[in-house]
Design a protein around this ligand. Structure first.
Ligand SMILES: *Cc1c(COP(=O)(O)O)cnc(C)c1O
Length: 367
């Protein structure tokens, strides 16, 4: 049996005909840039999240960069995030000229270690940038109180958590702004690159329009020096076709994750902790496993598309060598990077695939 990580055909099941017809109209009529389709997606995604504004941009990375720029964060400012995130979170902080300040990961939630955030604050701190990693919502209550008390912004990196909730409230609605990616690997996937920023702040939403579109308020009226980074109209229409199915997909992901945990019982594996009140959307199904590298090779030989997300924590990435971090500084992030393995999880997966993967894991540890 082959167990792939993605099945794009399944994501279009039952809607490809209508979508293709809509795309044909857009292609023929030249509705390419910030077309009504982009606006419709922004309205629909804002309604889905429960926030006032969504602004579509070119990627999740750009969503982060443009948000930080729109908040006026740049040279001399510090932004706190975690050592075990994806490269883009920290690259975005550097790209606006600010200084990333890292906090270690929590060994049970695999999220930012809440207790370590306050000690990381300094007079230069301008924002907290927690990541809802692997689809698990970061508990926001304490971070929001801390940010409020120190007069700094909270920006959510929600690139892996479309639809995740805390007590029925979507992630992406807690901070001053939240950044989403629609990279083809994400729970809500475009057919290429795409991203968005969600916010309730009308002023911020307006600045974001300038930041994504050559600094323009209207054509040829350039107010600021800015990028050209807009959500592509074709991608917006693809996303509109998929958005109504997102909740069902996320529920199926959670169901399959439960099944994995049940089937994998009996091995010394660590799973990301589940907490009451949260709706985890399992962007990735992660296990921390003894002899990880050998297990990975064993699974890949069995045609199971397992991968490591992410093999090197942020503070050890060559790109950030000039930040002055050292090996051993964030021991939990390092331990997780050495032991974590991501098993395939797709909403269209069936129980037989889960059983097969679990069988192969058990076979590996039996030797
Ligand atoms: C995917 C991702 C990003 C970047 O999104 P792109 O669309 O690939 O630029 C940022 N942060 C996290 C946590 C991600 O997983």
């Amino acid at each position: 049996m082959k167990v792939p990580r993605y099945n794009y055909a399944a994501q279009f099941d039952g809607c490809l005909g209508v979508l293709a017809e809509r795309l044909r109209g857009m292609l023929e009529e030249g509705r390419y840039i910030l077309s009504p389709e982009v606006e419709s997606f922004e309205v629909e995604f804002a309604r889905y999240l429960g926030c006032r504004y969504v602004r579509g941009v070119n990627s999740g990375t750009d969503a982060l960069v443009l948000t930080l720029r729109s908040l006026g964060i740049g040279r001399g400012d510090e932004v706190i995030t975690q050592a075990n995130t994806f490269y883009a979170t920290v690259a975005a902080i550097r790209l606006v000229g600010a200084v990333p300040v890292l906090v270690d990961a929590d060994p049970e939630t695999f999220l930012i270690a809440e207790d370590d955030v306050e000690p990381a604050l300094s007079p230069a701190t301008r924002a907290l940038l927690p990541v809802h990693l692997y689809g698990k919502p970061t508990p926001m209550a304490r971070l929001l109180v801390l940010a409020e008390r120190h007069g700094i912004a909270v920006v959510e990196d929600a690139a892996q958590a479309h639809g995740a909730m805390i007590d029925g409230r979507r992630v992406g609605t807690f901070g001053a702004a939240a950044c989403f990616s629609f990279h083809p690997s994400k729970n809500l996937a475009a057919a290429g690159d795409g991203g968005a920023v969600a916010t309730d702040d009308a002023g911020l939403a307006e600045i974001l329009c300038e930041q994504r579109s050559l600094g323009q308020r209207s054509q040829n009226d350039h107010r600021i020096v800015a990028f050209n980074s807009r959500l592509d109209a074709i991608q917006a229409e693809v996303l509109r076709a998929k958005l109504p199915r997102l909740d069902a997909w996320n529920r199926r992901r959670a169901e399959l994750a439960r099944l994995y945990r049940a089937r994998l019982e009996g091995q010394e594996l660590t799973f990301q902790r589940l907490d009451p009140g949260e709706t985890h959307v399992f962007h990735l199904f992660q296990i921390a496993a003894p002899r990880r590298d050998d297990l990975l090779e064993h699974l890949r030989r069995s045609e199971i598309d397992a991968v490591v997300r992410y093999p090197l924590p942020i503070h050890l990435q060559p790109a950030f060598a000039d930040c002055g971090w050292r090996s051993g500084q964030f021991p939990v992030a390092e331990r997780l990077a050495r032991s974590m393995l991501c098993l395939p999880l797709r909403p269209d997966m069936n129980e037989a695939e889960i059983d097969y993967v679990a069988d192969r894991v058990h076979a590996f540890y039996r030797g």
